[in-house]
Design a protein around this ligand. Structure first.
Ligand code: FMN
Length: 308
């Protein structure tokens, strides 16, 4: 029996719940010769800002045990260049959904990026990266303060007339529930979590950080158990759908996130060692459902049997 792999999320139907994560799948077009793009549930393009950004000084990546630390510094070509040169190369897609990851350092930046994207075709939804510092408010990350998070989500919700908004939460907080709720109350259509964990790699010989900018964000299998906990807590706190990510490397990892409450999953770092990881994981998840005699993948969502 072939399991039903379709899921629906904030009014969008995905042919399967596996999406490539932002920052690990370029602008999508670059992967067209690497894997069967239309076999994916979708993909999130690299974070887009109002103006192009050069990113941080190197080294930007360090391989850690079970993962990697990065501080790319949000390098990107800017939203206008994306719409002009990259998005046209994605219009042929029939099944995979394109998600635009949006960020800024002030409320108006988010507003500007969404305003440009609203006039473009071929995008299913916006994913707001709120892990950036708000430079007008002492550099505190939007995602760390429920009030600031609520303001930015409300503003984007007003601006985005054509498409749903997914709010991507940072794991670098003491409690995720207040932030998940703040995003929901401000009008988020879905949540995605987690972004990377702030971390430090040290070279004891040179006494310097391994990353040019100092701190970096940890991702990959090392973070999976913490990401699962956060996804479970967020899912329990809200009614909107949750997209789970953090260290997913195979189909069974994806199934674990669904059981913990996710409606769909994203795959990031795994694409660095296996560029076909996203499509492989979608096939492995289907095989898992077949082996476990699960008729529809959506039946897995939120089925964790918590010890009583
Ligand atoms: C090199 C790199 C660049 C990233 N860039 C972005 C980005 O631009 N926007 C964003 O929201 N997340 C970005 N992320 C975070 C990932 O999308 C994802 O949330 C995180 O890596 C956890 O998932 P993983 O363990 O499967 O990689 C980036 C991650 C990596 C490794």
């Amino acid at each position: 029996m072939k399991p039903q792999m379709e899921v629906s999320l904030a009014g969008i139907t995905l042919q399967n719940p596996v999406i490539a994560a932002s920052g690990t799948f370029a602008y999508g077009v670059e992967f067209a010769s690497v894997l069967e793009m239309d076999s994916l549930g979708g993909f999130v393009v690299k974070g887009l800002s109002a103006k192009p950004m050069d990113g941080n000084k190197p080294p930007r990546i360090w391989e850690a045990h079970g993962g990697m630390i990065n501080s790319i510094g949000l390098q990107n070509i800017g939203v206008r260049e994306f719409v002009r040169t990259k998005l046209p190369g994605l219009q042929w897609l029939k099944k995979a959904k394109v998600f635009a990851n949006v960020f800024g350092f002030a409320m108006e930046d988010y507003e500007e990026v969404i305003a440009v994207l609203e006039d473009a075709e071929g995008i299913a939804a916006y994913e707001l990266n709120v892990s950036c510092p708000n430079t007008k408010h002492g550099g505190i990350a939007f995602s760390s303060d429920p009030k600031m998070l609520s303001e930015v989500v409300e503003l984007c919700r007003k601006r985005a007339k054509r498409r749903p908004i997914i709010v991507k939460l940072s794991p670098n907080v003491a409690r995720i529930e207040p932030l998940a709720k703040a995003a929901e109350e401000a009008g988020a259509d879905a949540l995605s979590l987690v972004n990377t964990f702030v971390s430090l790699a040290v070279d004891a010989r040179t006494r310097k950080p391994r990353i040019g900018a100092g701190f970096g964000g940890l991702s990959g299998p090392a973070i999976k158990p913490i990401a699962l906990r956060l996804v479970y807590e967020a899912w329990k706190a809200v009614k909107i759908p949750v997209i789970g990510l953090g260290g997913i490397a195979n189909g069974e990892d994806a199934a674990e996130f669904l059981v913990a409450g996710a409606t769909a999953v994203e795959v990031g770092t795994a694409s660095f060692w296996d560029p076909q990881a996203t499509s492989r994981i979608a096939s492995e998840l289907a095989a898992f459902c077949r082996a476990e005699k699960i008729g529809a993948v959506r039946e897995l969502t939120g089925t964790l049997r918590w010890p009583s």
